[in-house]
Design a protein around this ligand. Structure first.
Ligand SMILES: C[S@@+](CC[C@H](N)C(=O)[O-])C[C@H]1O[C@@H](n2cnc3c(N)ncnc32)[C@H](O)[C@@H]1O
Length: 237
């Protein structure tokens, strides 16, 4: 009986079908981050996008609570990098209205097609879809108040290059927020490569000129990691 329970707990929630496998989407199961030694995860394929819209996600991830912690105001310009089918994009768009903009990026055109359908279905405006590349987010320089990456950073195929590009797109007081499944917690039922520890994120992002300003662990399974620009902090001293 005990064995059955242990085996059930060990099954990763994220389905194997969700993970790319040399499909050219990005990632790669052997890539390693040069600073932390973290194994970079494979990109989640659009063929498993249903997983992003599973009904239980609202309890597991509490997206409105997460956005409340981050603090988003009407009129802000934000980017949902790796937006997928738009689960967070529509919530961001409602929070920056009126007058705000959400750039919703993804490297898979199929994900942007799903996002477009969601925007039409939910009658959401103020969203600019952007087809990014694995190394170039294709966002305007100096324009963003906030960049949000939910369950994305761990699968960036070129994390250092992407962070360097993203740094240029932030306003001086802009923030970069990662929401990542907690690697420190073995009970979180997600594949290990698709989780991040606070130590890994701090090491990798601070090496690229960000500063870890806040960690919130109010969500059931995920860290909310809020970074600002180290250059802005230094200028204020
Ligand atoms: C696990 S899904 C999360 C989607 C969405 N953020 C959500 O929470 O519903 C990861 C997404 O990141 C995208 N992605 C991976 N690397 C990317 C990159 N370098 N730039 C933009 N999107 C990327 C993938 O195509 C995929 O749609």
């Amino acid at each position: 009986m005990l064995l059955v329970i242990v085996a059930a707990l060990a099954i990763p929630l994220q389905p194997a079908s969700a993970l790319g496998s040399g499909n050219g989407v990005g990632g790669g199961d052997t890539a390693v981050h040069p600073v932390s030694g973290r194994r970079i995860a494979e990109v989640m394929s659009h063929s498993a996008a249903d997983w992003l819209d599973r009904p239980e996600r609202v309890h597991e991830e509490q997206p409105e609570r997460a956005l409340g912690v981050i603090g988003i105001r009407p009129g802000q310009v934000v980017a949902d990098v790796g937006a997928g089918s738009g689960y967070y994009t529509v919530r961001l768009a409602r929070r920056v209205a009126p007058g705000g903009i959400v750039y919703a990026t993804d490297i898979q055109p199929e994900m942007l097609a799903l996002l477009g359908k969601r925007l039409a279905r939910e009658k959401v405006s103020g969203v600019v879809p952007v087809l990014a590349t694995p190394a170039d987010p294709k966002l305007p320089d100096g324009a963003l108040d906030l960049i949000l990456m939910v369950d994305v950073y761990h699968e960036l195929a070129h994390p250092q290059e992407t962070l360097r590009q993203l740094k240029r797109t932030l306003k001086p007081a802009g923030r970069l927020v990662l929401i990542e499944f907690r690697k420190e917690d073995a009970s979180v039922p997600i594949r290990i490569d698709h989780k991040m520890s606070v130590a890994e994120a701090k090491l990798e992002l601070e090496a690229e000129g960000f500063h870890l300003a806040k960690v919130s662990d109010v969500l059931p399974w995920q860290h909310i990691l809020i970074f600002d620009l180290a250059s802005t902090l230094a200028a204020a001293r």
